[in-house]
Design a protein around this ligand. Structure first.
Ligand code: AMP
Ligand code: GLY
Length: 433
């Protein structure tokens, strides 16, 4: 079969790579893809905009594409799935209404309240002055969120009332574009964060192995927020009992409530959770897609053919899918970024050493790269994600860093402490599915 993957990040390279592990997948077409998907056998890039729904549909129909997997949230929130499904195509990714779970934090909160899903207390404001009055009354710390999609930049964890006021004014001054019409003020939660990516066909929902990512740019989890500087799985904090609780209190009620609203949700429901000191999970956010870089550690542990799982979701027959199976051990991913990221950075630096890194058994997933003739150059802030497996975290992390040492580009930056929390913990498979 032919599969079309929309997106150009490390997540999409990992999806394409995993799909191609099955010989039944004849070809993967990435729209627009990156330097990594361009050089993967049986994979090709199609230079088309992810928002060119008509062009994508035409290509898929003419070329007999049997499944379309949508990576990023922006085309989902713009209704790509609705459009392609109307053309008779099979899509893995929720409809425009389903994508609201990520595209509007206020909408997601209302859904959680209706479904009685544990989450932080929150209030929505459409104007700055009542929002500021609320903050002055509540005090800090408090979390200020722009309502809409803001590429992960719309959240401020304000340590002081003054910082919260600045954040509120930024939102209403249009700093986050269309995401600036409403602000959500949230109770500040403490604990450990985990990412549970679950597959769903809108009726049945099944979690993948839980992962943890490192969002901050600096070692010791300090400095600015980023798209993610590294990840590992399976997250040891998510015991089988906790995964049961997450399934019953969060995933199932979310899907049941979407269904009650007649929303067709076939794709990933990504629950970003805080495990509070009492050991209970609370939802920080939902995303309507695979996580990046969580996908780069979750998919290498999966042993089922990925296209079979994604098709079962797209065709709404996940319930009868046999067990989702995992390799024992652990996976770690170290992101190599361009110096300066998440602020300004240079593009166009030559990258070397990927073959040597892969010769050590690591998987090098490309994010911001571009092929220029025979050369590979940097083309984004997060450039590569180097994933390795190991029998435990210690081994996976050492394996990943050994591979990272082979790779070079000017001003390459990466964190040297990925997985610091779990290094000495023995991983165990945390879910029974
Ligand atoms: P989000 O984009 O909603 O995932 O928020 C980005 C990051 O901000 C999260 O990964 C958390 O680290 C932090 N965050 C968001 N909401 C809260 C909250 N209610 N309490 C504490 N931290 C939060
Ligand atoms: N790694 C966080 C995200 O994908 O949103």
């Amino acid at each position: 079969m032919k599969v079309l993957v929309i997106g150009n990040g490390g997540r999409e390279h990992a999806i394409a790579w995993k799909l191609l592990q099955s010989e039944k997948v004849q070809q993967v077409i990435c729209v627009p893809g990156n330097g990594g998907t361009a050089s993967t056998p049986r994979c090709m890039n199609l230079a088309m905009n992810a928002l060119d729904f008509e062009g994508i549909a035409r290509f898929a129909l003419v070329n007999g594409v049997e499944l379309i997997v949508v990576g990023p949230e922006v085309p989902l929130a713009a209704g790509i799935t609705d459009y392609l499904q109307n053309q008779g195509l099979r899509v893995f990714g929720p409809t425009r209404m389903g994508a609201q779970i990520e595209a509007s934090k206020a909408w997601a909160k209302a859904l959680m309240q209706e479904a009685k899903i544990p989450t932080s207390e929150a209030v929505v404001f459409t104007q700055a002055s009542p929002a500021i009055a609320y903050v002055r009354q509540q005090g800090a710390p408090i979390v200020v969120k722009a309502d809409g999609l803001a590429a992960g930049k719309g959240v401020t964890v304000a340590e002081t009332v003054e910082a919260a006021e600045v954040a509120i004014n930024d939102v209403f001054a249009g700093k986050f574009g269309e995401a600036g019409e409403r602000v959500v003020l949230e109770e500040y939660l403490v604990g450990q964060e985990i990412s549970v990516l679950a597959l769903t066909d809108g009726i049945t929902v099944r979690p993948l192995v839980p992962a943890q990512d490192h969002k901050r740019i600096g070692e010791g989890d300090t400095g600015a927020n980023t798209g993610g500087m590294g990840a590992y799985a399976p997250a040891p904090i998510a015991t089988p009992d906790l995964m049961q609780q997450i399934q019953q209190e969060i995933l199932e009620p979310a899907i049941a409530t979407l269904r009650k609203r007649q929303i067709d949700y076939r794709g990933v429901l990504y629950a970003g959770l805080m495990i509070t000191p009492s050991g209970n999970p609370k939802v920080i956010e939902f995303n309507c897609r695979f996580g990046d870089p969580e996908t780069q550690v979750v998919l290498p542990l999966l042993t089922n053919p990925l296209h079979e799982l994604l098709l079962a979701c797209a065709e709404q027959r996940l319930e009868s899918f046999p067990a989702i199976e995992w390799q024992p051990g652990a996976a770690a991913c170290v992101v190599l970024a361009a110096g300066g990221y998440p602020e300004a950075y240079k593009k166009g630096n030559s990258i070397t050493g990927i073959d040597q890194a892969e010769a050590r058994g690591a998987f090098v997933f490309h994010a911001g790269t571009q092929r220029r003739g025979q050369n590979l150059v940097t083309d984004g802030g997060r450039v590569l994600g180097v994933t390795a497996l190991g029998e435990d975290f210690e081994a996976a992390i050492a394996h990943a860093y050994g591979a990272v040492e082979q790779i070079h580009f000017d001003e390459m930056y990466y964190r040297r402490d990925i997985g610091h929390r779990v290094r000495s913990i023995k991983p165990s498979l945390n879910i029974e599915l």
